[in-house]
Design a protein around this ligand. Sequence first.
Ligand code: ZN
Length: 116
Amino acid sequence: MHEMGIAEQLVKIAMDSIPEDMSDPKVEILNLRIGKLASVVEHSLTFCFEIITKDTPLENVKLMIESVPVKIHCKVCHLEWEVDNPMFKCPDCEEGEVEMISGRQIEIISMELADA
Ligand SMILES: [Zn+2]
């Protein structure tokens, strides 16, 4: 289950973002942005979070996940378009010089801390 590794990394980043001078911090909401091609199963990620955040400031954190569409860019005519699956041919100029510009990212956009 690769969600565990992802959850561990996200928890580490979130923990590092908590202001050091805060006493008894508690993170209520974690806003995430996850690409559709990152193959993250939302309920698996939530489950992993529940396990690894026990007795940490992130215990019972609510994950707000924004799904990011897969975006392709054509290096020849600079057309950009969204797809459900990676397509490696530009529908406009039909060249094969395309790159994926979004769809795989896993990032924390922001987090909300409870008032002390
Ligand atoms: Zn093109």
